[in-house]
Design a protein around this ligand. Sequence first.
Ligand SMILES: [Zn+2]
Length: 326
Amino acid sequence: MTTEPFQLTELPVLSRSAVTRDELIRKDEGALDALWQAGLVVLVDDLGRTPVTEDATALLPRRARELSATRPTEARLLGQDGDTAYWSVPADEPMREGAVAPPNAWGLWTGAVSEAGEHWHDLRAVGALLDDASAGLFTTAAGLANWHARARFCANCGSPVRAVAAGWATHCTGCGREEYPRTDPAVICLVHDGRGVNGESVLLARQPVWPEGRFSVLAGFVETGESLEACVEREVAEEVGVRVADVRYLGSQPWPFPRSIMIGFTATADPTAPLVPADGEIEQARWFSRETVRATLAAGGALDGLFLPGTTSIASRMLTGWAAAG
Ligand SMILES: [Zn+2]
């Protein structure tokens, strides 16, 4: 019998990183030019895809100098690994759509093949397959790309902005205001029944737009003026109509689609309380036993019509941690 409260047994896959972020160097134009010359570039297309090896275990960055003799204005410094600087640049290459995802990829996003034969994939599809350095670089590159794509005008005066600080800020051409990459916090909560230390069953729900049979833990965006813990209590009550207690932090991972961070919690609820799925938002909510979750995870995430969240999500790590703590 486990007496310790369960934890995430592994770091969420998009929280892995192996490069150094140096804020000071982002404003040193001379240093940035030198870092470009010795740099590698993670290309990201307008659908958020980047070239990866065929088994998707690593990125296929380009040599910066071969891409451009001088540092382009849209180059974004992702970080440094020793003497190597990693950059990201928006890509616009002709693609053949519909590339088959590598084995074990999260299959909701199809890739594409470039004319050079490179496979380009979405971070959600291949995030769990990538090595630590690649996962961290791609996550940061996707986050910066999504922010720049949606922040082209000043929120204060409406004038166009231009990227500064190696892509880590924008400067308004009208009023001079500086803006930094935005992140929207969202809570995600594994609710169990509270029996013993870690419960015997878990509350999962499905949204009507999801593929049939897919269930996951509950999640929702934090509102302005709201604490993370209050958000957990409100979201669970709104989505399935139950009150939670014992809210406890588990861990977090960036989710740059387009600009979230998922903040993971666990909480308990009474499994005999009636479940009231939110109209239009939740199609069905159910309690699942630890045995069912364990068996489904052991089968690769799908068993007997139940599909658990893809391995790139923090939800997958949360369920794995809970299932392991009997
Ligand atoms: Zn402005």
